[in-house]
Structure formats: C-alpha cells, structure tokens
Ligand binder design. Sequence first.
Ligand code: RIB
Length: 301
Amino acid sequence: MKNKKITVIGSINMDLVTSTNRVPILGETVMGESFHTIPGGKGANQAVAAARLGADVTMIGCVGQDLFGQDLLKHLKAQGVNVEHVEPVTDSSTGIAAITISNGENHIIVIPGANYHVTPVFVASFEDVIAASDILLLQLEIPLESVEKAVELASKHRVKVVLNPAPIQPLPKALLEKVDYLTPNEYEQQLLFDSIEWTEEERQEMLRKCIITRGSRGITFYQDEKVEIPSYKVDVVDTTGAGDSFNGGFAYAICQGASLKEACQFASAVAALSVTKLGAQGGMPTMQEVQDFLRERNEIV
Ligand code: RIB
C-alpha cells in the first residue's frame, strides 16, 4: 500500500528546558535541578510524532541561520522528516521555547523568531506540496494569516485538514468551517466556542469536528452521541508535547483509514508513551513501541 503523505506547516523551535522542584513566585530565585536544549516546536513535534510511526512526512517552515537552526534541520532529517521545504532565513533567529518543568507539568514561553517568516506568500509557494498531501496538519505558532492561506489551499485541493488550535487565540469562523478535524484541549475548546456567535446548528456541526483532549481524563468527541475514550495510565516524566504526539498519531491513523474512535485510541497510546520521557520528542514512540504497549494491555492494533 502506498504510504500516505502528511504535510505539516508550522513551528520549529529549540526548547530550553529547566527542571525544578519548585517554580519560583514573582521576584523569587530558586535553585533548579537540570537544564537541557531539546528539539521542539508544535509543528516539528507533530511532524516527528507521525514520522516515528512510519508516515511519509513533509515539513514546511523556517529556521534561522544559526546553530539552533542547523541542529534542528539535522535532527528533523534524522527523524525521517522531509525538510526540503524548511528554509533557513537570515534576518531572524530560530524560534525558541523557554520551558520550566516541575512535577511533570510545564510552563512554556515561545519566542517565534524565524517561525514568523512562514508568511502567506511562503505558504502559497508550496501549493503543489499541499495539493499532493493526504492530510495537512496545522497549529498556531506561525502567523494566523498563513494558517488561513494553508487551509484555503487545502480546501481548494480537497486535502483533509487537522488544526490543533494551540496556542489558542480567537479564530475566524470561516477558517474553522473549512477545517475537517479540530483538536483543542478543554480550555481551548471553551474559548473557541465562546469567542464566536454560532447558531445552534453551526455549533453542533462544529462540535462534530472537535476531538477534545483532556489530559489524563481522556478524549471526548461527538458523533451521533458523546464518545469518551479513557487515557492510558503511565508514569509521567514530562507532559511537554503530549498534545503534539496525539496530533501526529491522530493524523497518521486517519491517513491509514482508521475510524475516529480507532484514531483517538491509537493517538492516545502515542501520547501516553510520549510523556514517559523528558522533552517534547523524547518519548515519542515508534509503531513497534505502540504495538508492544497495546499488546501488554491486550489491545492489539
Ligand atoms: O507543545 C509543546 C511545544 O510547544 C514545545 O516543544 C515548545 O517548543 C512549544 O512550541
């Protein structure tokens, strides 16, 4: 069977990760536990999650012409992601994320840098790549107009779109209407629904596109009725990138023809494994690792 094509248009960051037993309050200094520089960025994380599972993944994005940019390009390539359309730009540094981890939970501040060079014109220059994709996977760490352009082109070529609305911001109704799957967490879903005026019919239609991730409380989606998928219990080291792992796994499974329920169950296993190691991409599993994990739980894929 021909491997389905997933295209990711999004951010590529270097994560500057500090682990601490306690997060300082304003004005306070605490001594931390460790510091690591780890590849990240919601776009790149989702691309790597899908590539580790065996998908044919193309990344469209920008890095700076600096050491972080060079490292991230090498890293993405080594993970099997096609980086032919990742452009090093001269007048911005590579995106970074300052991340603090404490007791498995995180705080993140993103400085987008080169990610904001992913302009609508840049996106439009890859219309043929988008048209040749089976799924387009998007997040909100590049300019919103670029996400809108990407969705417009995908819709023109009847390519399915998965939009992970993170980090959340108010989104135009017209954009949401063109997306096939929306993958907000509960907070993001609430904000999206509250920030737009919907008729009851539109609201129901939008709800049917939503796959709502609820962390350790599982996944909810609505078809004819509300469906709840419980999450897998694992020992959590770092939840950074759990949502990205879910999105990469979800896009992969949908491409393979899985039902919504199957795709959510599979992606939930991918996300569960991802949080057992440090770093957004550290614990992202291969297909073999997902199969072993599910077999141990008597859930064969
Ligand atoms: O979703 C996790 C990601 O958010 C991190 O890798 C960080 O780079 C930010 O983009």
